[in-house]
Write a protein that binds this ligand. Structure first.
Ligand code: DAH
Length: 345
């Protein structure tokens, strides 16, 4: 039995030392120190021996166990360190590698223009108002004094939303509907700008989009006159296109204002003498007017006491003029080659 013991010591040492992984080491442990191992058998046989022999052999078994257990632990520690270093090595970062650079993003030209317009009015003390993109017939048309038979109401221009039970819902055709929602939600005075998306039944071409953006402005207070509208629009034109801009008013018709006007600015390319961009020296920019008394009344405002002005302009239109963009569709196509031009903007 002593011989078996010696052989097991040698075999155990050898097995532990040659285990290449923690799994192999665990298998070796069972084979060498487990209950069914030769060592286990020797230990079980001790009981049958007589006192003197049992003590001697018992000591030898214990020595062998202690030695092998130590060898097992030493190997386990060594293998664990290996596993850890392998993990660390796999996870290593080469600090000398240059980083991967992502190209800088930039604001979309429409966002730039919208921020600029809204910023101008915030500095004048206006507040930003918002309204829903799905509107009902009353806010989008009736309250704005757009009669039943007005051409703007026909299916030709408007996109109706088909929701059962709500036949009057449509995608708003102009931000003017926000005028109504604002007046209904607060008493005068009102000084607001309302940027937002609008929808028309159009086939996109170089100068038209079916979905585009407007900024609406509404002022209602005591004693507001056409002169206030002129001064405000002049400040806006100079702010957007430069101090040299002059503006002109041409009579026009919008059901929700009276009088209504179309506003042009002197061409920023030729300064107003006439060039291929403007032809006449003037560029038509927006619609405006004095808020129609009926619109004020529709919102519960006293039209004897309060007057106001309103205007609405297309953000895409300002953008194509300001940046000399040849085709309005470029603004919605998301082509990076086009958008990169605005990186510094
Ligand atoms: N809503 C008009 C349009 O989409 C623009 C407009 C004209 C807005 C006159 C106004 C206004 O507030 O007074 O064409």
């Amino acid at each position: 039995m002593l011989r078996t013991l010696e052989a097991e010591r040698a075999r155990g040492r050898e097995l532990f030392a040659s285990a290449g992984s923690l799994e192999e080491l665990e298998a070796a442990n069972i084979a060498v120190l487990g209950r069914k191992s030769p060592l286990g058998e020797v230990q079980r046989a001790l009981g049958a021996l007589e006192e003197g022999q049992r003590r001697e052999l018992g000591r030898a078994v214990n020595e062998a166990r202690t030695e092998l257990a130590d060898a097992f632990e030493a190997r386990r520690d060594a293998l664990s360190v290996d596993v850890e270093s392998a993990l660390l090595a796999a996870d290593a970062v080469d600090m000398t590698l240059p980083g991967r650079r992502r190209p800088d993003g930039s604001l979309h030209p429409l966002t730039v223009v919208e921020d600029e317009i809204v910023g101008l009015f915030l500095r004048l003390g206006y507040r930003v108002a918002e309204g829903p993109e799905i509107e009902d017939d009353w806010h989008n048309f009736q309250a704005l004094n757009i009669p039943e038979d007005h051409p703007a109401r026909t299916m030709k221009d408007s996109l109706y939303v088909s929701i059962p039970g709500h036949p009057e819902l449509l995608l708003r055709t102009e931000t003017s509907a926000v005028q109504i929602r604002t007046m209904l939600s607060q008493p005068p005075p009102v000084y607001i700008v309302a940027p937002g998306r609008v929808y028309r039944r159009e086939t996109p071409d170089p100068t038209h989009l079916a979905v585009f953006h407007q900024v609406e402005a509404l002022v209602v207070d005591e004693g507001i006159t056409f002169a206030d509208l002129k001064g405000t629009l002049e400040a806006m034109a100079k702010g957007l296109f430069g101090e040299d801009r002059r503006i002109r008013f041409t009579p026009s018709y919008f059901p929700f204002v009276e009088p209504g006007a179309q506003i042009g600015v002197t061409c920023f390319r030729c300064g107003g003498v006439g060039c291929p961009t403007c032809r006449s020296g003037w560029i038509e920019l927006l619609g405006a007017g004095m808020v129609h008394p009926k619109v004020l009344e529709n919102c519960g405002y006293d039209s004897e006491r309060y007057t106001g002005f309103a205007f609405g302009l297309g953000i895409e239109r300002v953008a194509i003029l300001k940046y000399e963009i040849p085709d309005i569709r470029l603004l919605i196509e998301g082509d990076v080659r086009f958008l990169e031009r605005f990186r510094a903007a």
